[in-house]
Design a protein around this ligand. Structure first.
Ligand code: FAD
Length: 197
């Protein structure tokens, strides 16, 4: 972690490969792509003077990719009639909690439970309204927490007391993230008589 930047690295394939990401601020627009080719010298220069474990790794890099991280506010609606958004289309989030795909999977589980047997006791539109009611607050919370994690990683937290309180409570957040029983919650939502649309 550094001032306005951070670097992440972890082993893959039982240590045969290292996956790394260097996060640096920029005002340049970047292509909407996961495979745009980056500049390895620019990458190395961004972390010049950092711990040798970082600089040595970057010396080995031959080619790299470059993509922009765009932070978005939660959307007001995900559903319109028979159309519903899920995953990144509904709640794009910064990667600092590693939750984008997890939240997309939870969305899919919730949809499967809520749409089961439709139209029966309620219509497809009602099922989708329940889906949005269940999922939007949770993903908005995860979006906000991912943003805060990024601020911590980049040493950009304005209120250090608040930062420390959040770190002290991080076990609770992790529990909420990892122990959340989406199928059970969706079944509870399915049993409710009505939801606001
Ligand atoms: C570098 C990186 C690291 C990440 N690490 C993690 C992690 O550790 N943990 C985690 O949970 N998440 C992680 N994520 C986030 C995760 O990858 C996304 O949140 C997840 O892929 C979103 O799934 P999705 O199905 O909503 O969207 P996508 O995976 O983007 O799928 C959308 C699909 O729709 C296709 N498509 C687009 N337009 C059209 C069209 N008009 N017609 C037909 N098809 C179309 C696209 O080609 C794409 O295949 C990471 C993301 C990145 C970029």
């Amino acid at each position: 972690m550094g001032d306005g930047k951070h670097f992440m690295v972890f082993p893959l394939r039982r240590g045969e490969l290292l996956n790394y990401v260097g996060f640096v601020p920029t005002t340049n627009e970047t292509a909407e792509s996961w495979s745009a080719v980056g500049d390895r010298d620019e990458l190395a220069a961004s972390f010049s003077g950092w711990d040798t474990r970082v600089t040595r790794l970057l010396d080995e890099v031959q080619t790299c990719f470059w993509w922009g991280l765009y932070d978005r506010k939660p959307l007001d609606r995900w559903v319109n009639g028979h159309l519903a958004l899920l995953g990144d289309a509904a709640h794009p989030m910064l990667p600092h909690l590693g939750q984008g795909a997890n939240q997309a999977i939870e969305d899919g589980m919730a949809l499967a439970v809520l749409l089961e047997g439709c139209p029966g006791n309620f219509s497809v539109q009602e099922a989708l309204a329940r889906y949005e009611t269940l999922r939007r607050p949770r993903t908005a919370m995860v979006q906000a927490e991912a943003r805060k994690n990024g601020l911590r990683y980049d040493s950009k937290y304005a209120d250090l007391g608040e930062r420390d309180r959040e770190i002290a409570n991080s076990a609770l957040l992790r529990k909420d993230l990892y122990d959340y029983a989406v199928e059970q919650r969706a079944n509870e939502m399915r049993r409710q008589d009505s939801v606001a649309t």
